[in-house]
Design a protein around this ligand. Structure first.
Ligand SMILES: Cc1ncc(COP(=O)(O)O)c(C=O)c1O
Length: 409
């Protein structure tokens, strides 16, 4: 836990807005997750879409984690951070066969999530071991946008198309090493994972050489006091018992793989911002900060709740504020939030800003993306510089043209 005083010092040192990640918290999260399961072969592949900074990836590598990547560029980042290709699993959705070809050159593990691709990979790379992503038709996950295993979801191959999958695998002699399923994010009910596992065991039984099953992720973490979260120890125990019983019954040793993102990094992130303006209206008091949906879009995109503290006035009287951004859209971070009195210049910190925060940031309104700092054993490391105007114009080509048509045209 980074003390508020240190967060204030970091805001002074690096300026704001600023993302700060507590590496010790990430280490605790990782160790807690791994200790919750009692199986012979467990592999954790951190879902790096949550937070892709190279130093964070290196931290995961040092801890012994693998990586779950959803794009060619995430794979390249993983390789750049030093991951062995066999410890990277590429699990994209809706990408072209050309992208698969490029990733296959790196010899990572791959997951295939549609029949047309299964056929193309089977015809062109019959020996490359693959995972097949199944859509189990189960509704799970915190909200519609993050529920991805239901019947109307674009993810995975329908469980009802299993006969078709089996035909392709047999005819093309495809090397299927694993079955993959990911039903969504923010799943509280531990039974969902057990139900999915039972489905997957049934599917795995129909293939000859399955060496792993991949349950994706979806663990819910608490965003505010009183929030429910997945009881990872309870889940780990129940799941391990079920998994070990299956392995014993089949007399087989398979690897159990998970791809947690949010669980690993969400509570390690702090987003520091400064109050530009306190505006009293007839209906409320706005605290307008030096950031917006361009830096942290989860509240606007998912209605996500991020706990906010005024760390410049911790003993100030509690008052209600609407926290808004400086983007030319309605970018409200929080409505009617009770905060210690907010003054212009105060530093507000958004908690749980580790997952899907910086990675979803943009240059909208041509504003610069903030720097990132990692704190390990009390020491701070700048791990990404604040952008400059040069980053905004990088890659743009100024067309040489005239509005006056040339003679004869
Ligand atoms: C295939 C896959 N694995 C893992 C994850 C990580 O999920 P979470 O951040 O909820 O742990 C996702 C999230 O979208 C995903 O799509």
């Amino acid at each position: 836990m980074i003390p508020n005083e240190q967060l204030r010092e970091l805001a002074d040192k690096y300026g704001s807005p600023l993302y700060v990640y507590d590496a010790d918290q990430i280490i605790d999260n990782y160790n807690r997750f791994v200790s919750a399961f009692d199986v012979e072969q467990l592999q954790v592949h951190y879902a790096c879409k949550a937070l892709t900074n190279l130093s964070i990836l290196k931290l995961f590598k040092e801890m012994g984690s693998g990586l779950d990547c959803v794009s060619e560029q995430e794979v390249q980042l993983g390789l750049h951070a030093g991951f062995d290709p066999k410890d990277i699993i590429y699990t994209p959705n809706g990408v072209s066969f050309d992208e698969y070809r490029r990733v296959l050159k790196y010899k990572t593990r791959i997951t295939v999530d549609n029949l047309s691709l299964l056929e193309k990979v089977g015809v062109n790379y019959p020996d490359h071991p693959i995972h097949i992503r199944i859509n189990p038709h189960l509704m799970a996950g915190g909200n519609q946008k993050i529920s991805v295993g239901h019947i109307d979801s674009k993810f995975g191959i329908s469980i009802h198309q299993l006969p078709h999958i089996l035909r392709l695998v047999k005819n093309l002699k495809i090397n299927v090493e694993g079955i993959h399923v990911h039903t969504g994010s923010d799943i509280i009910d531990t039974d969902v994972f057990i139900r999915v596992a039972d489905l997957i065991f049934g599917i795995a039984d129909q293939f000859d050489d399955i060496t792993s099953i991949d349950l994706g992720s979806g663990f819910k973490i608490a965003y505010k006091e009183g929030d429910m979260s997945t009881d990872i120890e309870k889940l780990g125990k129940a799941f391990s018992d079920r998994f070990n019983a299956y392995c014993k019954e089949k007399n087989t040793k398979i690897t159990l793989r998970f791809e947690p993102g949010k669980f690993m990094v969400s509570n390690a992130g702090h987003f520091l911002t400064q109050v530009n303006v306190v505006k009293q209206t007839t209906s409320c008091t706005f605290a307008g900060i030096n950031s917006g949906l361009n830096h942290l879009i989860r509240p606007m995109f998912y209605n996500a709740h991020h706990h906010i503290d005024n760390i410049s006035n911790q003993s100030g009287e509690k008052k209600l504020y609407s926290i808004v951004g400086n983007i030319c859209e309605t970018d409200t971070f929080a409505d009617n939030r009770l905060l210690n009195e907010v003054r212009e210049g105060d530093t507000l910190v958004f908690r749980n800003a580790g997952a899907y925060c910086y990675t979803m940031a943009s240059n909208y309104n041509s504003r610069l993306r903030p720097p990132e700092v990692m704190v390990l054993h009390g020491r701070d490391y700048l791990i990404r510089e604040r952008e400059t105007f040069q980053d905004i114009i990088k890659g743009q080509l100024e067309a040489e043209f005239s509005l006056t048509p040339s003679v004869g045209s």
